[in-house]
Design a protein around this ligand. Structure first.
Ligand SMILES: [Zn+2]
Length: 590
């Protein structure tokens, strides 16, 4: 018996020894995993045709490449650190410690975890995270870019392009880019002027230049295009609009111009399948907020729910015209909304987000409209709803707890996405909001959409779209969203704009502590006025497009007081509700 104990002790010590040098121990990782709700998506795919089922295999293969590209975009050492971790896991005989690290990798899409205190830390031996991830040179600051662009204004369009990698003009960087261009004549042909630009660069590490993603990631994007083209061929006669979209999209990835794919995506008639693929969202660019990161979502359409919804959202122009600002636009009435069940997500899109509206490009959405993809099997997942209601119940007075419902969450989310479609899309002098507001543009855009959703609620109630309970559920969901379990980091646009709403609502009496219970009461009779006022200010800031004014507004409303916010957070933490959701996909058997 003693011998066995000694042997066990040796094995444990040995496993620990292997896990030093930057690998977290099982105890460190377990705390985060214990606070994580795991959900597996396994939608019914029996409505897919034979050709669609075959095409799905190709789309999943394309998605896997996008996932690896995304990890490589976020951390320079990801491509080496993952095989090293897999090897360690093998050598350890599938130990719990290394399995935990693989789970963390999956959860955080790379080697950097967000701790329960909201810190970003490496859990395997890699260098700390860069704010510009890998799409800017390591160590580059916003000041340095600003100074460079002030001296070289002609470089602005290239350096701040949504799909370009910024580099220092060292001799080796320039030579590597020219060699890559030589290796991919298709990319060369599609980018007129790129070769001349690269060849005319004088080596100087203080000079910044940019190359399109199409060049920087040419080998991988070429393979993605192959898979999309094969899927298109399978669906050519059965689903011609979808096939045309896949072909256009595949070419767009290589041309760095998303217009043809976006147009055929938004305006085509698709059948059972849909896919969002490319680089669209800029949330990972904590340096400048302009670079989009790779993602893919493969979706199965819920035909019945989709048709019901399209009818329900007639009359958008009236809502646009009622928004509290003066420069109303004509809304493109072609607004394809679909209810989808997720088959698999990749890269930036992977996780529990509830809906998507794309494209973001202001000119593309003006010309072609945008498509809204509601992620039904996330929004109606009973485990996810029960988890978030637990926290809501811990801080909301008994008066209002039962007002929350998952249907209300669905409607609030739907109108948040429609909110992106309404209101200011360019500044008074015609600039895109992304470049005008830069690092706060995502924050204002998301806050606007939250507020439009709440602002439209009484009008939709009057029109019979919501009954009394439905309206209250949207309102309760609007408050639930503002409750923060931890103080946001500066680079988290969603969490910061939610905190700002919370503060505005508190100061304006929309929510207030009950004198009896000390818990928060929702004053529904104040709701519309308070939301209207905040929306008015947000739309005004977007319309003016002044970065200093935007910063001053954020500074005014983005504050955290441990007595107030800290105690709200503590009550939610004490429920032991899960802090994060890890989503797995049956289709990937991961
Ligand atoms: Zn949004």
């Amino acid at each position: 018996m003693r011998l066995l104990i000694l042997t066990l002790a040796f094995v444990v010590a040995n496993a620990d020894a292997q896990l030093r040098d930057g690998y977290w121990t099982a105890e460190q990782s377990q705390a985060i995993l214990d606070a994580t709700l795991e959900v597996t998506l396994d939608p019914d795919l029996s409505h897919l045709s034979d050709a669609e089922s075959l095409a799905l295999v190709e789309l999943l293969a394309a998605g896997r490449i996008m996932n690896a590209l995304y990890e490589a975009q976020r951390h320079r050492e990801a491509a080496d650190a993952r095989p090293a971790l897999l090897k360690l896991h093998d050598e350890s005989g599938d130990s719990r410690a290394t399995q935990n690290l693989l789970d963390l990798w999956y959860l955080f899409k790379g080697p950097i975890a967000t701790t329960l205190d909201n810190e970003r830390l490496a859990f395997v031996p890699v260098s700390p995270e860069q704010p510009g991830k890998t799409v800017y040179p390591d160590g580059l600051t916003r000041d340095e870019i600003d100074r460079f662009l002030a001296e070289n204004p002609a470089a602005t369009a290239d350096l701040l392009n949504v799909r370009s990698v910024v580099r220092r003009a060292t001799a080796s960087n320039i030579a590597a880019d020219i060699a890559q261009l030589d290796g991919f004549p298709g990319i060369d042909a599609l980018h007129i002027g790129l070769r001349e630009k690269l060849e005319s660069l004088a080596p100087n590490a203080k000079t910044l230049y940019a190359v399109p993603y199409a060049l920087a990631y040419a080998p991988q994007l070429g393979k993605v295009r192959q898979h999309l083209a094969t899927a298109a061929e399978l669906l050519r006669s059965e689903s011609p609009d979808f096939a045309a979209y896949l072909n256009n999209k595949g070419r767009d990835l290589l041309s760095s111009n998303y217009e043809s794919g976006d147009a055929s995506w938004v305006s085509g008639d698709f059948d059972g399948l849909n896919i969002q693929i490319g680089s669209y969202e800029t949330y990972d660019d904590s340096l400048f907020g302009v670079k989009a990161f790779f993602s893919a979502s493969i979706l199965a359409r819920d035909e019945e729910k989709s048709r019901a919804l399209e009818k329900a959202i007639a009359g958008l122009q009236a809502i646009e015209d009622s928004l509290p600002y003066e420069h109303h636009k004509t809304v493109n009435t072609r607004l394809p909304v679909g209810v989808y069940n997720i088959i698999a997500d990749f890269g930036q899109a992977r996780g529990a987000n509830t809906a998507t509206i794309l494209p973001n490009d202001a000119d593309h959405s003006r010309k072609y409209g945008r498509t809204i993809l509601l992620r039904n099997n996330i929004m109606t997942n009973p485990d996810i709803f029960a988890n978030s209601k637990k926290r809501f119940d811990a801080v909301i007075d008994a008066c209002c707890r039962d007002h929350l419902s998952s249907e209300g969450g669905f409607d609030r989310t739907l109108w948040h996405e429609i909110g992106h479609y309404l209101g200011v899309s360019k500044t008074a002098d015609g600039r895109d909001l992304d470049s005008a507001l830069a690092d706060t543009s995502d924050l204002f855009e998301e806050m606007k959409s939250d507020l439009v959703s709440l602002f439209a609620t009484p009008a939709l109630h009057a029109a019979g779209y919501y009954d009394d309970a439905g309206m209250r559920a949207v309102y309760a969901g609007g408050i639930r969203r503002t409750l923060q379990i931890v103080q946001p980091r500066p680079e988290q646009p969603y969490q910061n704009m939610q905190l700002m709403q919370f503060n505005f609502y508190m100061e304006n009496g929309l929510i207030e502590p009950s004198p009896e219970s000390g818990l928060l009461v929702i004053n529904y009779d104040r709701y519309h006025d308070v939301v209207t006022e905040l929306l008015r200010q947000v739309l005004q800031i977007q319309y003016v497009g002044d970065r200093a004014q935007a910063h001053a507004f954020v500074q005014r409303w983005n504050y955290w007081d441990d007595n107030l916010h800290g105690s709200v957070a503590q009550r939610m933490i004490d429920t032991n509700a899960h802090r994060r959701t890890l989503v797995r996909y049956k289709a990937l058997s991961e």
